[in-house]
Design a protein around this ligand. Structure first.
Ligand code: GDP
Ligand code: MG
Length: 719
């Protein structure tokens, strides 16, 4: 018995001269007829064929380079796909000119219709030394890719089979989409939501697509939106969005869109295509020849990171001294003019010592974020991620994981949130677990303080070594976690490689300011609060009587020097000793002192004394607090109005050495994320168990590494 089945509708779309008509003829033979699209003189070719008992109606759409609305062909192609909803769109891509051809593909994918790619002219590509890994390319784009040679009828059956598989949804359909960057996506999201709320769109149109087209100033879509009740509101919103994008990114939204699409394509092709022999390259490609070179890429990345920290230091030094001097003057002024007592101590030692100690590092923070913004905006960060991608694959992680890790240099909170870009839950967990080791901006003040005190001439190098150690630890830990707790490999993906560009000053300043402001706000809120609490814990209960008469001892030392019994240097050393002993004694019996002493046995093997113990514990709240606590420790301990800086106090303290300082840096680098980060970690991992694991293993690792540094260093005689 014969029964009528509706034929499958399959549309062929692609750039002119990609071989559409050739494929169409191959597939349909003589079963074709030519008509016109309604109202226009553009030829419409249709044909019928049978494959494995299925009737397929094939339509050869006009050849176009894009799906904007610049030409009648583009509009026809686009409207046909949106309104007629073919069962499958076969996108013919010229493999010998693939990057340009894929530009249209990115737009087809945005329409969320089932797409197959016919990688045509694959013979020509091969002759030119362009070797495409079609499986990988398909995987990256989220579609099936079939290699064909049109004029030799190669790959036709595979193509037909792919059509059926797609219609029957054998592989599931999950096309990749271009990410247009944070600022742009925010505008897009806002607009999409408003459009979505109207509920008046013809059902075939996707709100996100309409929003994108409005930002792109597509006049055809303007016409469509004009009929909606809330068109006024939508147009205003779109206009504002375009203005904001122009201001922040310094470019027309349509330019941003095409840059991002090409970035996406360039990333996909860098992964899936191998070039053998000689090739043309545009400027971005030329720069990339060096920057993402398989051998040179990594050292270049390392060098740039090294440069970043050294610049941060060199240029941060002077403004830092000014702020230090200003805070010193303020301290002197208040000490001289306020009545001595609890309140003055709270203000001077607690608040100014704590918050001031953190504010001192603002110039470094601003500079670091400026350099990061510069690297991001020029397009280098994407390359860094790309370079790391190879390393990441080796350790069983997605290259995408490196993005949250990069964000982690700023702050773990957005970094943890950034891990959402990973679809796979295991990938996400591993990434969450190692992102902690990407040293966050809040730890930087600690490094600057310690390195400035102990390695005044080489501070930048030492800080760099700590950051590098963080990355290395992350890589090794990921490997171990992959083998022990989270087995399995991750899927490949597209790393977007946008063209290099000169960043706008405005966008640099906005990015830098956003983050610096966050730092300032933290200093004024959390750090202020913790400083007051730490001051309280360090001041109470009050110590009234000291074990020794320090004032007497200090007087005796200076008398001895006057009488020539000891040299001036010896006297100074003795006085410093007494002062330190007194300050230690003062804090020793306070709540904080007792807590510090309580944990001292645990940290003694690392070379840390109870004061570093207090600093470490206070760092649970926020990492900058390690610095402010040190400030308060020295502030509360100090009795005379010695305006020496915290750095000087630390380097002069006989309890500490370079080795201990380095062990301390290592500990601060690796131990638990701060409270705020832990909250987000819990939210993102969705499991108390993972959080507990994170806290325990990071702190354990911090202890172990600091132990190795300190004890190993002592064995080598470095102390
Ligand atoms: P359309 O503009 O997309 O319809 O492209 P056509 O089908 O008219 O093809 C343009 C030219 O490319 C013709 O001369 C075809 O013979 C040739 N062609 C089509 N497919 C292939 C292929 O796979 N390899 C090579 N080398 N040439 C092809
Ligand atoms: Mg043609």
């Amino acid at each position: 018995m014969q029964f009528e089945k509706k034929p499958l509708i399959v549309a062929l779309a692609g750039n002119p001269n990609s071989g559409k008509t050739t494929l169409f003829n191959n597939l349909t033979g003589s079963n074709q007829h030519v008509g016109n699209y309604p109202g226009v003189t553009v030829e419409k070719k249709e044909g019928i064929l049978n494959f494995k008992g299925h009737q397929i109606k094939l339509i050869d759409l006009p050849g176009t380079y894009s799906l904007s609305a610049y030409s009648i062909e583009e509009v026809i192609t686009r409207n046909f796909i949106i309104e007629e909803r073919p069962d499958v769109v076969v996108n013919i891509v010229d493999a010998s000119n693939i990057e340009r051809n894929l530009y249209m593909t990115t737009q087809l994918l945005e329409l969320r219709v089932p797409v197959i790619i016919a990688l045509n002219m694959s013979d020509m590509a091969q002759n030119r030394g362009i070797i495409t890994d079609e499986k990988l390319l398909g995987h990256l784009l989220g579609v099936t890719v079939v290699s064909t040679v049109g004029h030799k009828r190669k790959g036709m059956d595979d193509l037909l089979q792919a059509m059926l598989d797609t219609v029957n949804n054998v592989h599931g359909f999950n096309p990749s989409s271009v990410n247009y960057g944070k600022e742009f996506e925010e505008e897009l999201g806002r607009l999409t939501e408003t459009i979505d709320q109207t509920k008046q769109l013809p059902k075939d149109y996707l709100p996100r697509w309409i929003a994108l087209k409005l930002l792109e100033e597509d006049h055809e879509v303007d016409k469509l939106v004009r009929d909606l009740d809330s068109s006024e509101q939508i147009f205003v919103l779109a206009e504002e969005g375009r203005e904001r994008i122009k201001k922040i990114l310094g470019e027309d939204p349509s330019q941003v869109i095409s840059d991002c699409r090409y970035g996406f394509i360039s990333g996909a092709c860098s992964e899936a295509i191998r070039l053998v022999g000689e090739h043309r390259h545009d400027i971005s490609d030329k720069i990339d020849l060096a920057l993402i070179h398989p051998v040179l890429g990594l050292p270049i990345f390392g060098f740039l990171m090294w440069l970043m920290f050294n610049l941060t230091f060199t240029f941060g030094e002077k403004p830092m001294e000014w702020i230090e001097a200003g805070i010193g003057m303020l301290t002197d002024f208040l000490t001289a003019n306020l009545p001595a007592g609890m309140l003055t101590s709270l203000i001077v030692d607690g608040i100014i010592g704590g918050v001031g100690g953190v504010l001192v590092f603002l110039p470094n923070i601003v500079l670091l974020f400026l350099v990061i913004a510069l690297l991001e905006d020029t397009g280098y960060m994407a390359r860094a991620a790309f370079v790391m991608d190879r390393v990441m694959h080796k350790i069983g992680l997605h290259g995408k994981s490196f993005i949250p890790m990069l964000i982690g240099f700023g702050c773990s909170v957005p970094a943890y949130m950034g891990s959402r870009i990973l679809e796979d839950k295991t990938d996400r967990l591993v990434t969450l677990h190692i992102t902690t080791f990407m040293s966050c901006g809040a730890r930087l003040p600690v490094y600057i303080l310690i390195c400035g005190a102990f390695w005044p001439d080489k501070a930048g190098n030492v800080v760099f070594s700590i950051y590098a150690l963080g990355i290395l630890t992350a890589v090794l830990v990921a490997r171990v976690l992959r083998q022990v707790r989270f087995r399995g490999m991750s899927a490949p993906f597209i790393m977007e490689l946008p063209p290099y560009r000169i960043p706008t000053l405005r966008s640099l300043i906005i990015h830098m300011w956003e983050r610096s402001w966050l730092y300032l706000r933290k200093a004024g809120t959390i750090i202020l609060g913790i400083s007051v609490i730490m001051w309280f814990l360090m001041t109470f209960p009050q110590k009234q009587i000291f074990d020794r008469d320090y004032d007497g001892l200090i007087k005796a030392a200076s008398t001895a020097q006057i009488q020539g019994e000891i040299t001036a240097e010896e006297m100074e050393a003795q006085i410093l000793d007494y002062e330190n002993a007194r300050s230690a004694e003062k804090i020793r019996d306070s709540f904080a002192g007792r807590l510090g002493h309580f944990i001292e046995p645990v940290i003694k093997p690392l070379g840390f004394d109870w004061r570093l113990g207090i600093a470490i514990i206070s760092g649970f709240a926020a990492k900058e607090v390690v610095v402010s606590t040190m400030g308060t420790i020295y502030g509360v301990g100090e009795t005379d109005e010695d305006s020496s800086t915290l750095r000087n106090s630390l380097s002069a303290d006989p309890h500490y050495s370079k080795l201990i300082a380095y062990a301390f840096l290592v500990f601060v680098l690796l131990y638990v994320p701060c409270m705020a980060a832990m909250t987000v970690f819990l939210h993102e991992s969705g499991s108390w168990k993972e959080l507990a694991f994170q806290v325990i293993y990071t702190t354990g690792l911090a202890w172990l590494m600091a132990f190795i540094v300190y004890q190993g260093g002592r064995l080598l005689g470095l102390d």
